[in-house]
Design a protein around this ligand. Structure first.
Ligand SMILES: NC(=O)c1ccc[n+]([C@@H]2O[C@H](COP(=O)([O-])OP(=O)(O)OC[C@H]3O[C@@H](n4cnc5c(N)ncnc54)[C@H](O)[C@@H]3O)[C@@H](O)[C@H]2O)c1
Length: 357
Protein backbone atom coordinates (compact mmCIF):
# COMPACT_ATOMS: atom_id res chain seq x y z
CA UNK A 1 0.00 0.00 0.00
CA UNK A 2 1.23 3.51 -0.84
CA UNK A 3 2.60 5.56 2.04
CA UNK A 4 0.24 7.95 3.80
CA UNK A 5 0.86 11.60 2.94
CA UNK A 6 1.68 13.83 5.94
CA UNK A 7 -0.14 17.11 5.47
CA UNK A 8 0.27 20.46 7.22
CA UNK A 9 -2.77 22.70 6.88
CA UNK A 10 -2.42 26.50 6.95
CA UNK A 11 -5.65 28.32 7.84
CA UNK A 12 -8.75 27.05 9.60
CA UNK A 13 -11.70 28.99 8.18
CA UNK A 14 -13.99 28.49 5.20
CA UNK A 15 -11.58 27.00 2.65
CA UNK A 16 -9.80 24.92 5.31
CA UNK A 17 -13.18 23.37 6.19
CA UNK A 18 -13.68 22.36 2.56
CA UNK A 19 -10.27 20.70 2.55
CA UNK A 20 -10.59 18.93 5.92
CA UNK A 21 -13.96 17.54 4.80
CA UNK A 22 -12.24 16.02 1.75
CA UNK A 23 -9.37 14.56 3.80
CA UNK A 24 -11.86 13.08 6.27
CA UNK A 25 -13.15 10.98 3.36
CA UNK A 26 -9.70 9.60 2.51
CA UNK A 27 -8.20 8.98 5.96
CA UNK A 28 -6.40 5.87 4.68
CA UNK A 29 -4.32 8.06 2.33
CA UNK A 30 -3.60 11.22 4.31
CA UNK A 31 -2.63 12.22 7.84
CA UNK A 32 -3.20 15.82 8.88
CA UNK A 33 -0.09 16.13 11.06
CA UNK A 34 -0.34 19.85 11.87
CA UNK A 35 -2.38 22.98 11.50
CA UNK A 36 -1.37 26.64 11.67
CA UNK A 37 -3.86 29.43 12.14
CA UNK A 38 -3.93 32.89 13.67
CA UNK A 39 -7.15 31.69 15.34
CA UNK A 40 -6.17 28.59 17.31
CA UNK A 41 -9.66 28.14 18.77
CA UNK A 42 -11.06 27.94 15.25
CA UNK A 43 -8.32 25.45 14.30
CA UNK A 44 -9.15 23.15 17.23
CA UNK A 45 -12.88 23.30 16.45
CA UNK A 46 -12.33 22.54 12.77
CA UNK A 47 -10.34 19.37 13.41
CA UNK A 48 -12.74 18.25 16.15
CA UNK A 49 -15.69 18.72 13.77
CA UNK A 50 -14.25 16.07 11.45
CA UNK A 51 -12.96 13.78 14.23
CA UNK A 52 -9.24 14.47 13.74
CA UNK A 53 -6.92 14.48 16.78
CA UNK A 54 -3.22 14.34 17.63
CA UNK A 55 -2.16 17.25 15.39
CA UNK A 56 0.52 19.80 16.19
CA UNK A 57 -0.96 23.30 16.54
CA UNK A 58 0.84 26.48 15.50
CA UNK A 59 -0.16 30.12 15.32
CA UNK A 60 2.79 31.18 13.14
CA UNK A 61 2.77 29.54 9.72
CA UNK A 62 6.53 30.05 9.24
CA UNK A 63 7.16 28.15 12.46
CA UNK A 64 4.78 25.40 11.29
CA UNK A 65 6.34 25.03 7.84
CA UNK A 66 9.85 24.82 9.30
CA UNK A 67 9.13 22.54 12.25
CA UNK A 68 6.23 20.27 11.38
CA UNK A 69 7.44 17.04 9.75
CA UNK A 70 5.23 16.91 6.65
CA UNK A 71 5.29 16.04 2.95
CA UNK A 72 2.95 18.78 1.77
CA UNK A 73 1.75 22.17 2.96
CA UNK A 74 -1.88 22.93 2.13
CA UNK A 75 -2.41 26.70 1.95
CA UNK A 76 -5.90 27.92 2.89
CA UNK A 77 -4.73 31.39 3.98
CA UNK A 78 -5.95 34.72 2.56
CA UNK A 79 -4.74 35.44 -0.98
CA UNK A 80 -1.88 37.79 -0.01
CA UNK A 81 -0.29 35.06 2.14
CA UNK A 82 -0.21 32.43 -0.65
CA UNK A 83 3.11 33.77 -1.92
CA UNK A 84 5.06 34.03 1.37
CA UNK A 85 3.65 30.73 2.66
CA UNK A 86 4.51 28.94 -0.59
CA UNK A 87 8.03 30.39 -0.62
CA UNK A 88 8.52 29.24 3.00
CA UNK A 89 7.26 25.75 2.13
CA UNK A 90 9.53 25.54 -0.92
CA UNK A 91 12.53 26.66 1.17
CA UNK A 92 11.74 23.79 3.57
CA UNK A 93 11.50 21.41 0.53
CA UNK A 94 7.80 20.70 0.98
CA UNK A 95 5.30 20.24 -1.81
CA UNK A 96 2.44 22.74 -1.83
CA UNK A 97 -1.31 22.63 -2.37
CA UNK A 98 -2.39 26.23 -2.92
CA UNK A 99 -5.91 27.60 -2.94
CA UNK A 100 -6.96 29.97 -5.71
CA UNK A 101 -5.84 32.54 -6.72
CA UNK A 102 -2.22 31.40 -6.90
CA UNK A 103 -1.11 34.86 -5.70
CA UNK A 104 -2.24 38.47 -5.74
CA UNK A 105 0.10 39.48 -8.59
CA UNK A 106 1.56 37.80 -11.68
CA UNK A 107 5.07 38.58 -10.44
CA UNK A 108 4.48 36.80 -7.13
CA UNK A 109 2.90 33.82 -8.91
CA UNK A 110 5.80 33.57 -11.33
CA UNK A 111 8.31 33.63 -8.47
CA UNK A 112 6.42 30.78 -6.76
CA UNK A 113 6.36 28.59 -9.90
CA UNK A 114 10.03 29.24 -10.68
CA UNK A 115 11.14 28.60 -7.09
CA UNK A 116 9.22 25.30 -6.98
CA UNK A 117 10.80 24.17 -10.26
CA UNK A 118 14.27 25.06 -8.99
CA UNK A 119 13.77 23.28 -5.66
CA UNK A 120 12.28 20.17 -7.33
CA UNK A 121 8.97 20.40 -5.47
CA UNK A 122 5.47 20.70 -6.90
CA UNK A 123 2.71 23.25 -6.53
CA UNK A 124 -0.75 21.72 -6.86
CA UNK A 125 -3.20 24.46 -7.77
CA UNK A 126 -6.51 23.88 -5.99
CA UNK A 127 -9.13 24.65 -8.64
CA UNK A 128 -12.21 22.76 -7.49
CA UNK A 129 -14.09 23.12 -10.81
CA UNK A 130 -11.47 20.75 -12.26
CA UNK A 131 -12.66 18.15 -9.74
CA UNK A 132 -16.38 18.71 -10.17
CA UNK A 133 -18.03 15.40 -11.13
CA UNK A 134 -20.65 17.16 -13.30
CA UNK A 135 -18.01 19.16 -15.19
CA UNK A 136 -15.86 16.04 -15.62
CA UNK A 137 -18.91 14.27 -17.06
CA UNK A 138 -19.60 17.24 -19.33
CA UNK A 139 -16.04 17.11 -20.65
CA UNK A 140 -16.36 13.37 -21.22
CA UNK A 141 -19.62 13.88 -23.17
CA UNK A 142 -17.99 16.61 -25.26
CA UNK A 143 -14.96 14.40 -25.97
CA UNK A 144 -17.36 11.65 -27.14
CA UNK A 145 -18.61 14.12 -29.77
CA UNK A 146 -22.18 14.38 -28.49
CA UNK A 147 -22.39 18.12 -29.14
CA UNK A 148 -20.09 18.16 -32.18
CA UNK A 149 -17.18 20.59 -32.16
CA UNK A 150 -17.17 22.84 -29.12
CA UNK A 151 -17.43 26.47 -30.25
CA UNK A 152 -18.48 28.51 -27.25
CA UNK A 153 -18.50 28.32 -23.44
CA UNK A 154 -20.34 30.68 -21.11
CA UNK A 155 -19.21 30.27 -17.49
CA UNK A 156 -19.75 32.22 -14.32
CA UNK A 157 -19.34 32.23 -10.58
CA UNK A 158 -21.36 34.83 -8.70
CA UNK A 159 -22.74 35.52 -5.24
CA UNK A 160 -23.45 38.51 -3.03
CA UNK A 161 -20.01 38.94 -1.43
CA UNK A 162 -17.30 37.14 0.52
CA UNK A 163 -17.42 36.59 4.29
CA UNK A 164 -13.64 37.23 4.46
CA UNK A 165 -12.46 40.74 5.47
CA UNK A 166 -9.34 40.19 3.34
CA UNK A 167 -11.46 40.28 0.16
CA UNK A 168 -12.38 43.94 0.77
CA UNK A 169 -8.89 45.30 0.06
CA UNK A 170 -6.87 45.05 -3.13
CA UNK A 171 -3.62 44.64 -1.17
CA UNK A 172 -4.89 41.46 0.52
CA UNK A 173 -7.12 40.07 -2.26
CA UNK A 174 -5.27 41.17 -5.43
CA UNK A 175 -8.47 42.64 -6.89
CA UNK A 176 -12.21 42.09 -6.56
CA UNK A 177 -14.77 39.60 -7.86
CA UNK A 178 -12.69 38.73 -10.91
CA UNK A 179 -9.62 37.43 -9.08
CA UNK A 180 -11.69 35.95 -6.29
CA UNK A 181 -14.47 34.21 -8.23
CA UNK A 182 -13.49 34.59 -11.88
CA UNK A 183 -10.41 32.44 -11.26
CA UNK A 184 -12.72 29.38 -11.47
CA UNK A 185 -14.28 29.88 -14.93
CA UNK A 186 -11.00 31.23 -16.32
CA UNK A 187 -8.91 28.22 -15.27
CA UNK A 188 -11.64 25.92 -16.51
CA UNK A 189 -11.93 27.58 -19.94
CA UNK A 190 -8.13 27.69 -20.27
CA UNK A 191 -7.81 24.01 -19.35
CA UNK A 192 -10.34 23.07 -22.04
CA UNK A 193 -8.04 24.83 -24.50
CA UNK A 194 -4.62 23.68 -23.32
CA UNK A 195 -4.11 27.26 -22.00
CA UNK A 196 -3.92 28.52 -25.60
CA UNK A 197 -5.83 31.79 -25.64
CA UNK A 198 -5.21 34.41 -28.29
CA UNK A 199 -7.17 37.56 -27.44
CA UNK A 200 -9.55 39.04 -24.91
CA UNK A 201 -11.63 42.08 -24.23
CA UNK A 202 -13.25 42.92 -20.89
CA UNK A 203 -15.18 45.27 -18.68
CA UNK A 204 -15.35 45.55 -14.89
CA UNK A 205 -17.04 47.89 -12.42
CA UNK A 206 -14.64 50.50 -11.10
CA UNK A 207 -14.07 49.46 -7.51
CA UNK A 208 -15.19 51.47 -4.42
CA UNK A 209 -17.60 54.25 -5.53
CA UNK A 210 -17.43 52.88 -9.08
CA UNK A 211 -18.98 49.60 -7.96
CA UNK A 212 -22.55 48.55 -8.65
CA UNK A 213 -23.42 47.60 -5.05
CA UNK A 214 -20.34 47.19 -2.82
CA UNK A 215 -19.10 50.78 -2.49
CA UNK A 216 -16.94 49.87 0.52
CA UNK A 217 -14.95 47.27 -1.41
CA UNK A 218 -11.79 48.45 -3.16
CA UNK A 219 -11.88 45.86 -5.94
CA UNK A 220 -14.58 45.51 -8.61
CA UNK A 221 -17.87 43.85 -7.71
CA UNK A 222 -18.75 43.00 -11.34
CA UNK A 223 -16.67 41.72 -14.26
CA UNK A 224 -17.09 40.05 -17.61
CA UNK A 225 -14.60 39.06 -20.32
CA UNK A 226 -14.73 37.64 -23.83
CA UNK A 227 -11.82 35.33 -24.58
CA UNK A 228 -10.84 33.76 -27.89
CA UNK A 229 -8.74 30.60 -28.04
CA UNK A 230 -6.33 29.25 -30.64
CA UNK A 231 -8.86 26.56 -31.59
CA UNK A 232 -11.29 29.34 -32.57
CA UNK A 233 -13.48 28.61 -29.56
CA UNK A 234 -14.87 31.63 -27.71
CA UNK A 235 -15.73 32.03 -24.03
CA UNK A 236 -17.65 34.53 -21.97
CA UNK A 237 -16.50 34.41 -18.35
CA UNK A 238 -18.33 36.31 -15.65
CA UNK A 239 -17.70 36.91 -11.96
CA UNK A 240 -19.62 39.19 -9.66
CA UNK A 241 -20.60 39.95 -6.08
CA UNK A 242 -24.01 41.38 -7.01
CA UNK A 243 -25.93 38.10 -7.14
CA UNK A 244 -28.36 37.45 -4.29
CA UNK A 245 -30.03 34.14 -3.52
CA UNK A 246 -27.01 31.83 -3.27
CA UNK A 247 -23.89 31.11 -5.28
CA UNK A 248 -24.32 30.62 -9.02
CA UNK A 249 -21.83 28.28 -10.64
CA UNK A 250 -23.18 27.96 -14.12
CA UNK A 251 -21.46 26.61 -17.24
CA UNK A 252 -22.97 26.33 -20.74
CA UNK A 253 -21.32 24.56 -23.65
CA UNK A 254 -22.33 25.12 -27.29
CA UNK A 255 -21.14 22.87 -30.12
CA UNK A 256 -21.81 22.41 -33.84
CA UNK A 257 -24.32 19.63 -33.07
CA UNK A 258 -25.71 20.29 -29.63
CA UNK A 259 -25.34 22.02 -26.30
CA UNK A 260 -24.89 21.11 -22.65
CA UNK A 261 -25.82 23.05 -19.50
CA UNK A 262 -24.29 22.57 -16.04
CA UNK A 263 -25.70 24.11 -12.89
CA UNK A 264 -23.41 23.17 -9.98
CA UNK A 265 -25.34 24.90 -7.22
CA UNK A 266 -29.09 24.89 -7.97
CA UNK A 267 -29.54 21.42 -9.43
CA UNK A 268 -30.26 19.53 -6.22
CA UNK A 269 -32.68 16.62 -6.51
CA UNK A 270 -34.39 18.10 -3.41
CA UNK A 271 -36.97 20.81 -3.79
CA UNK A 272 -39.03 22.09 -0.90
CA UNK A 273 -40.82 24.90 0.90
CA UNK A 274 -40.17 25.91 4.54
CA UNK A 275 -41.87 28.53 6.72
CA UNK A 276 -39.29 28.37 9.61
CA UNK A 277 -36.44 27.96 7.11
CA UNK A 278 -34.09 25.11 6.21
CA UNK A 279 -30.90 24.85 8.30
CA UNK A 280 -28.86 25.20 5.08
CA UNK A 281 -29.79 25.38 1.41
CA UNK A 282 -26.81 26.44 -0.74
CA UNK A 283 -23.56 28.40 -0.33
CA UNK A 284 -24.10 32.13 0.32
CA UNK A 285 -27.92 31.97 0.32
CA UNK A 286 -28.99 34.94 2.47
CA UNK A 287 -32.23 33.31 3.64
CA UNK A 288 -33.51 29.74 3.69
CA UNK A 289 -37.26 30.25 4.03
CA UNK A 290 -39.83 29.64 1.30
CA UNK A 291 -39.06 27.55 -1.74
CA UNK A 292 -35.49 26.22 -1.93
CA UNK A 293 -33.36 23.45 -3.35
CA UNK A 294 -31.27 22.25 -0.36
CA UNK A 295 -27.95 20.83 -1.59
CA UNK A 296 -27.22 17.15 -1.00
CA UNK A 297 -23.40 16.98 -0.91
CA UNK A 298 -22.22 20.45 -1.87
CA UNK A 299 -18.52 19.93 -1.22
CA UNK A 300 -18.50 16.81 -3.38
CA UNK A 301 -20.53 18.41 -6.19
CA UNK A 302 -18.35 21.52 -6.33
CA UNK A 303 -15.29 19.32 -6.81
CA UNK A 304 -13.24 19.64 -3.62
CA UNK A 305 -13.29 15.92 -2.82
CA UNK A 306 -12.11 14.73 -6.25
CA UNK A 307 -9.60 17.59 -6.59
CA UNK A 308 -7.91 16.98 -3.22
CA UNK A 309 -8.05 13.19 -3.55
CA UNK A 310 -6.31 13.57 -6.90
CA UNK A 311 -3.56 15.70 -5.31
CA UNK A 312 -3.00 13.11 -2.58
CA UNK A 313 -2.85 10.35 -5.21
CA UNK A 314 -0.34 12.41 -7.22
CA UNK A 315 1.77 12.96 -4.09
CA UNK A 316 1.74 9.23 -3.34
CA UNK A 317 2.89 8.49 -6.89
CA UNK A 318 5.33 11.43 -7.00
CA UNK A 319 3.73 12.88 -10.14
CA UNK A 320 2.49 16.24 -11.39
CA UNK A 321 -1.21 17.10 -11.42
CA UNK A 322 -3.07 17.20 -14.75
CA UNK A 323 -3.70 20.34 -16.81
CA UNK A 324 -5.72 22.96 -14.90
CA UNK A 325 -4.41 21.83 -11.51
CA UNK A 326 -0.70 22.70 -11.71
CA UNK A 327 1.04 25.77 -10.34
CA UNK A 328 1.66 26.76 -13.99
CA UNK A 329 -2.09 26.79 -14.61
CA UNK A 330 -2.65 29.01 -11.58
CA UNK A 331 -0.03 31.36 -13.04
CA UNK A 332 -1.66 31.35 -16.50
CA UNK A 333 -4.98 32.20 -14.83
CA UNK A 334 -3.36 35.11 -12.99
CA UNK A 335 -1.87 36.38 -16.26
CA UNK A 336 -5.28 36.29 -17.94
CA UNK A 337 -6.84 38.06 -14.94
CA UNK A 338 -4.16 40.73 -15.18
CA UNK A 339 -4.89 41.23 -18.91
CA UNK A 340 -8.63 41.41 -18.18
CA UNK A 341 -7.94 44.22 -15.71
CA UNK A 342 -5.79 45.95 -18.34
CA UNK A 343 -8.49 45.63 -21.01
CA UNK A 344 -11.17 46.93 -18.63
CA UNK A 345 -8.96 49.87 -17.64
CA UNK A 346 -7.90 50.86 -21.16
CA UNK A 347 -10.97 49.75 -23.12
CA UNK A 348 -8.63 47.92 -25.49
CA UNK A 349 -8.56 44.39 -26.85
CA UNK A 350 -5.53 42.44 -25.58
CA UNK A 351 -3.61 40.02 -27.77
CA UNK A 352 -1.75 37.27 -25.93
CA UNK A 353 1.90 38.33 -26.19
CA UNK A 354 3.02 34.72 -25.73
CA UNK A 355 1.09 33.18 -28.63
CA UNK A 356 0.25 34.03 -32.20
CA UNK A 357 -3.35 34.37 -33.26
N1 LIG B 1 -11.79 27.05 -4.07
C1 LIG B 1 -12.78 27.70 -3.51
O1 LIG B 1 -13.93 27.57 -3.92
C2 LIG B 1 -12.51 28.60 -2.37
C3 LIG B 1 -13.55 28.95 -1.51
C4 LIG B 1 -13.26 29.82 -0.46
C5 LIG B 1 -11.99 30.33 -0.31
N2 LIG B 1 -11.00 29.98 -1.17
C6 LIG B 1 -9.65 30.51 -1.00
O2 LIG B 1 -9.09 29.99 0.18
C7 LIG B 1 -8.33 30.98 0.86
C8 LIG B 1 -8.85 31.17 2.28
O3 LIG B 1 -10.18 31.58 2.20
P1 LIG B 1 -11.12 31.67 3.49
O4 LIG B 1 -12.43 32.10 2.95
O5 LIG B 1 -11.00 30.46 4.29
O6 LIG B 1 -10.41 32.90 4.21
P2 LIG B 1 -10.69 33.57 5.62
O7 LIG B 1 -10.21 34.96 5.54
O8 LIG B 1 -12.09 33.27 6.05
O9 LIG B 1 -9.73 32.71 6.59
C9 LIG B 1 -8.36 32.82 6.58
C10 LIG B 1 -7.75 31.86 7.57
O10 LIG B 1 -6.34 32.13 7.62
C11 LIG B 1 -5.96 32.39 8.98
N3 LIG B 1 -4.91 33.42 8.94
C12 LIG B 1 -4.99 34.69 8.49
N4 LIG B 1 -3.79 35.31 8.62
C13 LIG B 1 -2.95 34.39 9.16
C14 LIG B 1 -1.58 34.41 9.52
N5 LIG B 1 -0.82 35.49 9.35
N6 LIG B 1 -1.04 33.30 10.08
C15 LIG B 1 -1.78 32.18 10.25
N7 LIG B 1 -3.09 32.11 9.92
C16 LIG B 1 -3.65 33.19 9.37
C17 LIG B 1 -7.21 32.88 9.67
O11 LIG B 1 -7.12 32.64 11.07
C18 LIG B 1 -8.27 32.00 9.00
O12 LIG B 1 -8.31 30.74 9.60
C19 LIG B 1 -8.42 32.25 0.01
O13 LIG B 1 -7.27 32.35 -0.78
C20 LIG B 1 -9.63 32.02 -0.87
O14 LIG B 1 -9.51 32.63 -2.14
C21 LIG B 1 -11.26 29.12 -2.17
Amino acid sequence: MAQKIRLLLLGSAFAADLHVDAYSRIREKVDIVGIASADSDQAHKLLEKYGFSGQEFYTDYHDAVENCACDVVDICLPNFLHHPATMAAIAAKRHVICEKPLATTVEAGREMVQAARKAGVRIYYAEDWMGSPALSKAREIIEQGAIGDLKFIRAREAHSGSHSPFVQKIATAGGGALIHLGAHPITFALAMNDNRWTELVAMTSGGSEGNLIHKGMEGEDWSAALIKFQSGMKAIVEANFITYGGMEDSIDFYGTEGCLHVDLTFSSPLHGFSIPGFEYTVEKAEITTGWARPVVDEKYNLGYVAELTLFINCLQKGIEAPLGLRGEDGLETLEVINFIYESARTGKKITNPNQGN
